[in-house]
Design a protein around this ligand. Structure first.
Ligand SMILES: [Zn+2]
Length: 388
């Protein structure tokens, strides 16, 4: 009898490795660094040889050159070497450089540990897992036991020095219908997120609250403590965003978000507030949680959303740098009183309702007034093509 496929998606699950495995993983990470640096050197020499034509080595070429290297290493196996080669070749192609940075194993500027693996090289051994002849235990082993099938992943180290197992696994989709139809979410600095129904996620103060303590720890030379506090701030931030995005996904069937980017604003005086708000993280969470719950998540342009009156559509709202402090205003055309952020969220929702979307998770085309929409330029090209 054929099995009916359960709708599922790939999620990367993180498990904290228990402390007794750290020393082994750190030794393995040094060997990974050696493989990476060897790949870097060999492919650089091949790209600029003393004589003969240059060659751009692929991951497959590096695999062939490094065959038999396993016996030089005590911890890692051939699978890990091949994964390092593949990752090196991918990064090199991505950044279009003949040489990448060395991975540093020791000293204050050392690279954070990283040990990639193939799916088949991880075996389950009771509640623990077996990797390259070493038994490693993870926290939350019940959650680990619940995974049926996983893909290639890695062990990675964070700045504090803790090791994590990152395991992409297949997770079933929960299918239910949300009680409310749709919502628009305006991302901002005064409040991190405001919905068109008036709910507010207060501005992130995760870093601000710990800023003084981080500064004190740094001045006293307690680097490790400072790193711990930084990690605490980022976890507080992530927690608030997770709660908010989960509430949104559970409540609404369609979610429309503005496309605010923090890249430009981090260069201004607002940088700390912008980075503390975590817009990108919230958008990512909404997208992946929405995908696994069968919701429609749309990203639309934020242009003019705070200036437009959501009742009549006139551009009567506050504009420019001086307009940023105006929280409430009254429309000059229709006399409607607005809260700045709620009005913007309503406009975002309206923009999301009008443009059709193919799968629900791609950014919609830039929302522009009709007069300024660029005309399609395909006509001329098509004619040339027909003539040729
Ligand atoms: Zn109006």
């Amino acid at each position: 009898m054929p099995e009916t496929p359960i709708p599922s998606v790939i999620r990367t699950l993180r498990f904290k490795v228990r402390r007794e495995g750290y020393a082994w993983l750190e030794a393995a990470a040094v060997e990974v660094n050696q493989v990476w640096n060897w790949s870097n050197e060999v492919s650089y020499k091949a790209a600029r040889p003393y004589s003969g034509p240059p060659r751009w080595l692929s991951g497959f070429d590096l695999d062939k050159l490094s065959s038999g290297a396993t016996k030089c290493f005590e911890h890692i196996g051939a699978d890990t070497i091949q994964k390092v080669n593949a990752e090196f070749a991918r990064r090199r192609r991505q950044f279009r450089k003949s040489k990448l940075r060395w991975r540093v194993s020791r000293g204050s500027r050392r690279s954070l540990g990283w040990v990639p693996f193939k799916a088949a090289s991880i075996r389950r051994n009771g509640r623990a897992l077996r990797f390259c002849g070493k038994t490693l235990r993870v926290f939350e082993s019940e959650r680990f036991l619940g995974i049926r099938q996983w893909q290639d992943g890695c062990f990675c180290q964070d700045a504090v020095g803790d090791w994590w197992l990152c395991l992409p696994a297949r997770v079933a989709i929960e299918s239910n219908v949300a009680p409310e139809p749709d919502v628009g979410i305006d991302l901002g600095l005064h409040a991190t997120a405001t919905t068109s129904d008036g709910a507010v996620l207060d501005a992130g103060r995760a870093y601000r609250d710990l800023e003084q303590r981080i500064g004190m720890a740094q001045r006293r030379g307690h680097k490790r403590h400072a790193k711990r506090l930084h990690r605490k701030a980022s976890r507080c931030r992530a927690n608030a965003l997770h709660r908010f995005s989960r509430k949104m996904v559970n409540t609404y069937q369609m979610i429309v978000v503005g496309d605010v980017s923090s890249l430009k604003l981090v260069k201004t005086r607002m940088a700390k507030a912008v980075l503390d708000s975590g817009w990108g993280m919230l958008r990512t969470q909404l997208q992946y949680k929405g995908e696994s719950a069968g919701r429609c998540v749309r990203v639309v342009s934020e242009r003019n959303t705070s200036r437009t009156c959501s009742a009549c559509g006139a551009l009567t709202g506050p504009a420019g740098v001086n307009g940023l402090r105006v929280r409430h205003w009254v429309c000059g055309e229709c006399g409607c009183a607005h809260d700045r952020d709620v009005n913007a969220a309503k406009n975002i929702l309206a923009a999301g309702r009008c443009s059709p979307s193919m799968c629900g998770n791609e950014p919609s085309p830039r929302h522009a007034p009709p007069s300024r929409t660029p005309r399609p330029r395909k006509a001329g090209k098509a004619r040339d093509g027909a003539a040729a």
